[in-house]
Design a protein around this ligand. Structure first.
Ligand code: F6P
Length: 547
């Protein structure tokens, strides 16, 4: 067997597999198939759902038959997904353009087996950072860690962006009902209003700032960090910073140079991508928000999904099935977007979080051979909490010209069991998936009065046949949230493997960052503009005129 650390992902063009060709022919037939017809099979739910202890994944309301599934599963085999899964968990260098493994799964693996990356035992390193997070968060929560004037910390301001922001912001919101006494605020935008408004009313004596940046070079985060440092220094003096600033970074030197005490620098590693870093030190605000035990439960949840993904046959494997269904609509039905619709207000940041996970990973147009791709990859992921979305964009989901496959997510047990709220929420979830799937026939409409003229009939027509996945989970807990996040991570990974792209790099964000530096110097009122395009010249000129 080849040395695992040198194993790469396969480089197979999916469109050249025999399964792809068969799926194309099969899709012609399936585009004419009605979900109403498919549901005449009373065992359809039984055939098209799978379950873990906490999650029920019902995919029966999709435009698929047993034959569709067979062909999709064979596409996964032909594209060597099983081998790729093993490569990911084994720490092979699957992020080849950055010459790194993608080992976020190691962060949530409770085992003690040593694993090595570049000769370093990462299991020991992971444990030691977790211990440091545990001790620190417990000291802050209990008030044992005092601010410079002897008062306990009451407020935490987390400064980060992208993967260094979305994960902790999403998880702390989702698990609000588990919160400790600490108030956690997030600042990601470089717009001064955000940090200024966040700092209003805070006292330097009782505030802890966390500067979260894997690279410690991200302009937005460093600008906010400098503003926070100035704000603090003007009120308390620089020497008092030690107890009030912490950093999370892969560049310890840069964090120390910024003025953060080594005891409060938490390590990240290059073998974990920013968008997967919630499982490591980027989870520190989560530890402060819900306690370290809660964070451990979240890790356990992620690990449970890893076991499910690595050990379950593909025909019952949730991430694999979700990935294949996504490919089915994206590549064979031309669906360009995918909606994620959580029926739980606590999950209001989930879609934004999953957007980075999916779109930064699979928004690629060059394959693993370095060739331009001739098929669609990475759908646009969007969405909003369920009932809010119903009163804004669901019209398009029901009657628009585009096909938008949707994921509906909801807990069976509510976090707040007041009156009949939860039953109403779930009734909405279920009714919407029914309406999308089956639409409404004229007979069922029972047209009355003015409608009898049939003039309005075309406008009131619901064609149905709009596919949905239903993800019903037991309760929103740290554990189940960990499972859900890992579920989507693995889904995105499987899709990237099949699309033959590198899912763990993000070169596409570099150009904008580089140009920002140049344009910034041109915005200086005393400097000439040497940009060549007339649009940017015109915009800069107006900016300067108004300034
Ligand atoms: O701009 C994209 C990105 O590189 C993301 O991948 C990353 O999560 C984010 O910026 C923040 O990067 P950092 O943690 O290095 O500040």
């Amino acid at each position: 067997m080849a040395n695992r650390s040198t194993m790469a992902l396969p480089k197979i063009n999916p469109t050249e597999t025999s399964s792809w060709q068969k799926l194309q022919a099969h899709a012609v037939k399936m585009r004419r198939t009605q979900l109403r017809e498919l549901f005449k099979d009373t065992r359809r739910f039984e055939k098209f759902h799978c379950k873990t202890a906490d999650i029920l994944f019902d995919f029966s309301k999709n435009l698929i038959t047993a034959e569709t599934l067979r062909l999709l599963l064979s596409l996964a085999e032909e594209c060597q997904v099983p081998e790729a899964v093993e490569s990911q968990f084994s720490g092979d260098v699957i992020n080849e353009t950055e010459n790194q493994p993608a080992l976020h799964t190691a962060l949530r693996n409770p085992g003690d087996r040593p694993r090595f990356v570049n000769g370093k035992n990462i299991t020991a390193e992971i444990r030691s950072v977790l211990e440091k997070m545990k001790a620190f968060s417990q000291r802050v929560i209990t008030g044992a860690q005092k601010g410079y004037s002897g008062k306990p910390i009451t407020d935490v301001v987390h400064l980060g962006i992208g993967g260094s922001h979305l994960g902790p912001a999403m998880v702390t919101e989702a698990l609000k009902h588990y919160r400790t006494r600490l108030r956690i605020r997030f600042v990601s935008s470089v717009d001064a209003a955000q940090i200024a408004e966040t700092l209003q009313g805070l006292s330097p004596e009782t505030t802890l700032f966390i500067v979260a940046s894997k690279s410690f070079t991200t302009e937005e985060t460093l600008t906010n960090a400098r503003t926070a440092r100035n704000w603090f220094a003007q009120r308390a003096g620089t020497p008092q910073m030690a107890k009030h600033f912490a950093a999370i970074s892969a560049d310890e030197r840069a964090a120390l140079d910024f003025g953060i005490a080594q005891a409060q620098v938490f390590a990240l590693w290059d073998w974990v991508g920013g968008r997967h870093s919630i499982w490591g030190a980027i989870g520190l605000p989560v530890c402060l928000a819900i306690g370290f035990d809660g964070f451990e439960e979240f890790l356990k949840g992620g690990y449970k999904m890893d076991l499910h993904f690595a050990q379950t046959p593909f025909e019952r494997n949730m991430p694999v099935l979700m990935a294949l269904l996504g490919i089915w609509y994206h590549n064979f039905f031309g669906a360009e977007t995918q909606a994620v619709l959580p029926y739980d207000p606590h999950l209001h940041r989930l879609t934004a979080y999953l957007q980075q996970g999916a779109m930064e990973s699979n928004g690629k147009s060059v394959d693993r051979n370095g060739n331009r791709i001739g098929y669609a990859t990475g759908p646009i992921v969007w969405g909003e909490t369920g009932t809010d979305g119903q009163h804004s964009f669901y019209q398009l989901l029901h009657q628009g010209t585009q096909l938008v496959p949707c994921d509906f997510l909801a807990p069976a047990i509510p976090s707040h069991p007041i009156g009949g709220h939860h039953a109403k929420l779930l009734a909405n979830f279920l009714a919407q998936t029914q309406a999308l799937a089956f639409g409404q026939t004229q007979a069922a409409r029972g047209l009355k009065g003015r409608d009898q003229t049939e003039a309005l009939a075309p406008f009131k027509r619901f064609e149905g046949n709009r596919p949905t996945n239903s993800i019903l989970f037991k309760k929103l807990t740290p554990d189940s949230l960990g499972q859900l996040v890992a579920l989507y991570e693995h889904k995105v990974f499987v899709q990237g493997v099949i699309w033959n792209i590198y899912s763990f790099d993000q070169w596409g964000v570099m150009l904008g960052k580089r140009l920002t530096k140049k344009v910034l110097s041109e915005l200086d009122l005393n400097r000439d503009v040497d940009t060549s395009d007339s649009s940017t010249i015109g915009l800069i000129a107006q900016y300067k005129a108004w300034r």
